[in-house]
Structures are given as structure tokens and as C-alpha cells.
Design a protein around this ligand. Structure first.
Ligand code: HSE
Length: 439
């Protein structure tokens, strides 16, 4: 490990030179004078680990700094800070552990790894007495993890509602503005480069679920993993759902929701879920268009806060990595480390069936006397209270659109199951949660 302080440079190893890594290398090079002034010592690129030495790159890296030996670079004695921007579980986890065990501080953008096995990394960082910072793992350039970990550390966060996946927000926004269906909008998004050729991680909500787990862990001082997060993607959202949302002054968004629930006996638990939901057009999250991200935070003392910006892309994500890099570099110079994992509250994760929210249910029924009453009775039998009902007649058929007050997921599921068995119900055409309004 290099001596710290004064004019001795802090040495940085970058693992991965894809769209984010190359922008980190560019910023490290282009801003070296400013970085030195901000950190208090020169910050020097010590090496860049790549898969192939001869690959095309967005940035020119001096040949002497490139290596295919990522483990060797991560564990190098003279390296002070390791930036991991490879992604995925392995070899990223082993490389981060190697770096920490070797005494380096680590900056990573790896949401999948943190959401699956964060505690292993946090414990290794604590044992080594080093920083492990990961602002870039959630919502790209948007500063949200440090606000949760530091700025709001004296407050009590009760809810984090996020649009944390740009691909799905782009698709749902286009469906809203063009009235188009899911399949054609996805195809258009792929053509324009907003969606991957294999869009599974985004459209099925895996990416958002990993981010939800990270946000919940920080907000509620508990260990929450991606496997704890109830996950539904956007593939089943129809043009009719989007129109129905419009009709009631709402818009459909894929939301990442982390909530603190307090039982009447005072027991607190955490509800974590990712699913499409209708939110009122007056809600600040409704104005998040295209591929942008935003995180809406509710706390006891501060009230409501919204963090907004680009949630992906090489340069925006590199901005968040660089912010962490400066922080961990300053900490090395002052021989300290920032806040580590905070999981003291150890709150349980609530089963999805016990999560309470409002529901929008569209039902095609026979248009005759007593049908509305029978449908209302089905809701009542499961203790789901109805807030509004809208009916549209269509010859012998009618469509009922029921919006409930807050009810448990299990009660709503049982209601829908019963509706589907009723003779007068032709089809339950849409079931969607409604968030961000009055219960
Ligand atoms: N694929 C993500 C998105 C960005 O569409 O927002 C990386 O997490």
C-alpha cells in the first residue's frame, strides 16, 4: 500500500472498461488537476483490467496500464482504490474481496452483487477498515444512497418510492403518450437503443428489484436482498390498462416501493416490491418521462423529497462513481472511513399478502339487474372496501371499474379469484395497484 497524504499520489485501479469504466478513466485523466485539489493529493490511474487487450474502447488507455489480470491488479500492493465496474456476481465479488483484503478502498456500481450478497462485502470492508461505496449502483447519476445514508441519518424514513429503471419508464411513457401496445413499444425501444436485445432484466423487474433491496436496506437499517422483493414486470401491461389509468387521472409506472409498516402493537416490518402501478398525474413521479429515473422519499421530519435525473448511461453513472472515488480518497488521506453497513434495526420483511395498497379492477360483466350488487358483495366478503365504481354499458355487456380503499394483497387476490368464478362476470380484464394517493 502506498504511503498516504501529502503529494504522494493515490493509485486507482479500474476493473472493467465498458461504457462506465471508460468514462471513469476519461474523467480521471481529464480532471486530474481538479481531483488533486479536491482530494488533497494527486489521484493516479494505476491500471485498467479488461477482458481483451485489443478491444475497441471509448477511451484511449496507455497500453502499459492495460491488463487482463484483474485479480492481480485488484490485489496489487501499491493500489489504494479499486473501482469495480465489471458487473455481475463473479468474478466481481472475488475481486472486491481481494481488493479489500489487500487494504484497498472499493467503489462499485454493482447493484446485482450488492442486492444478492452485500453483507459479505460490508463485513470484509469493516474487517479491513476500508470504505466500500456504491452510489452508482442505484439510479445512475442521481445522488440517493448518500442522502439516505448520511443526510437523512437523523430522520426516520417511512417510504421510498422509485422509478429506478429507465428502459421500462421509457416503454410505459411511450404507451401513455402514443396509446400503443406493449409489444410494439418494446420493439421500437429496442430499435432506438433504449431497450436491450434481451430486455428480461429490465422488463421483468429484476434490475429494479435489486435497486429496491439496496434502497430498503439503507432506508430501514436492515438487511434486504433482491430475493426478498416481490417482483412483477411490465410485460402484461396493456394499452387498455394505460387508457383506464388515464380515465381516472393516473399514469402507469413501474414502481420500486420500500415501505415501513407499523402494526397496532408497534412492531415494524418492511414491505418491498416492484410492480406496475397507477399513480395520480398530480404526483411528482408522474412527471418523470422517457428513460429518466426519480426517487421519492417520505420521512417523518423532512416530509417529502424527490431526487431526479439520468439513471443510466456511461457518463452519468461515471459521475456517481467519481463522487465516491473522491470521498474514499479523502478518507484515506485523513486515515478514516465513512459509515459502514447499518443493519441494527433488523426489521423483518412483510409477506406480500400482508402488504396493503389500493387496487384498480376492471371487470366485464353481464349488463342486468343485480350484477353490480353481486360484484360489490364479493369485494365486501373479503373485507375490501370500495372507493369508487365506474360503469360503462356496451349492449348486453358492461365494464365495471372498481377502485378499492387500501386492502391487503391477499384479500384482493381472493376477491379476484371469486369474481372469476361468478356466472355474471365474463372476464376480469385488469388488476392493477394504485399508489401515491389517499388511502
Ligand atoms: N438497464 C437499466 C435501466 C440501467 O434501464 O435503467 C442499469 O441499471
Amino acid at each position: 500500500m502506498s504511503d498516504e497524504g501529502g503529494d504522494k499520489p493515490l493509485k486507482v485501479a479500474v476493473l472493467g472498461c465498458g461504457s462506465v469504466g471508460s468514462q471513469v478513466v476519461r474523467l480521471l485523466t481529464e480532471q486530474s488537476d481538479d481531483l488533486a485539489a479536491r482530494v488533497g493529493a494527486p489521484v493516479e490511474l494505476a491500471g485498467v483490467a479488461v477482458r481483451r487487450l485489443d478491444a475497441q474502447r471509448e477511451v484511449e488507455v496507455p497500453a502499459g496500464l492495460l491488463t487482463t489480470d484483474a485479480a492481480g491488479l485488484a490485489g496489487r500492493e501499491d493500489v489504494d482504490i479499486v473501482v469495480e465496474v465489471i458487473g455481475g456476481i463473479e468474478p466481481a465479488r472475488s475481486l472486491i474481496l481481494t481488493a479489500l483484503e489487500g487494504g484497498a478502498s472499493v467503489v462499485t456500481a454493482n447493484k446485482a452483487l450488492l442486492a444478492e450478497d452485500g453483507p459479505t462485502l460490508f463485513e470484509a470492508a469493516a474487517k479491513a477498515g476500508r470504505d466500500l461505496d456504491y452510489e452508482a449502483a442505484v439510479a445512475g447519476a442521481i445522488p440517493i444512497l448518500r442522502p439516505l445514508r448520511e443526510s437523512l441519518a437523523g430522520d426516520r424514513v417511512t417510504r421510498v418510492l422509485g422509478i429506478v429503471n429507465g428502459t421500462t419508464n421509457y416503454i410505459l411513457d411511450k404507451m401513455d403518450s402514443q396509446g400503443a401496445g406493449y409489444d410494439e413499444t418494446l420493439a421500437e425501444a429496442q430499435e432506438l437503443g433504449y431497450a436491450e436485445a434481451d430486455p428480461t432484466a429490465d422488463v421483468e423487474g429484476f434490475d429494479a428489484a435489486a435497486k429496491c433491496a439496496i434502497l430498503a436496506s439503507l432506508a430501514f437499517h436492515s438487511r434486504v436482498t433482491a430475493a426478498d422483493v416481490h417482483r412483477e414486470g411490465i410485460a402484461d401491461v396493456t394499452a387498455a390498462d394505460v387508457q383506464s389509468a388515464k380515465d381516472m387521472g393516473c399514469v402507469v409506472k413501474l414502481l420500486s416501493i420500500a415501505e415501513l409498516r407499523t402494526d397496532p402493537d408497534g412492531t415494524e416490518a418492511v414491505s418491498v416490491r416492484v410492480h406496475p402501478a397507477m399513480i395520480p398525474r398530480s404526483h411528482p413521479l408522474a412527471s418523470v418521462r422517457g428513460a429518466f429515473n426519480a426517487v421519492f422519499v417520505e420521512t417523518d421530519a423532512a416530509g417529502q423529497l424527490m431526487f431526479y435525473g439520468p439513471g443510466a448511461g456511461g457518463s452519468p453513472t461515471a459521475s456517481a462513481v467519481m463522487g465516491d472515488l473522491v470521498t474514499v480518497a479523502r478518507n484515506r488521506l485523513s486515515e478514516t472511513r465513512g459509515a459502514g453497513e447499518s443493519a441494527y434495526a433488523d426489521r423483518a420483511v412483510l409477506p406480500m399478502g400482508e402488504t396493503r395498497t389500493r387496487y384498480h379492477v376492471a371487470i366485464d360483466v353481464d349488463d342486468r339487474a343485480g350484477v353490480l350488487a353481486a360484484v360489490a358483495q364479493a369485494f365486501a366478503r373479503h373485507d375490501v372496501s370500495i372507493q369508487t365504481v365506474r360503469q360503462e354499458g356496451r349492449d348486453e355487456e358492461a365494464q365495471l371499474v372498481v377502485v378499492s380503499h387500501a386492502a391487503s394483497d391477499a384479500a384482493l387476490a381472493a376477491t379476484v379469484e371469486e369474481l372469476r368464478t361468478m356466472d355474471t362476470v365474463r372476464e376480469v380484464t385488469s388488476v392493477m395497484r394504485v399508489e401515491g394517493g389517499e388511502e
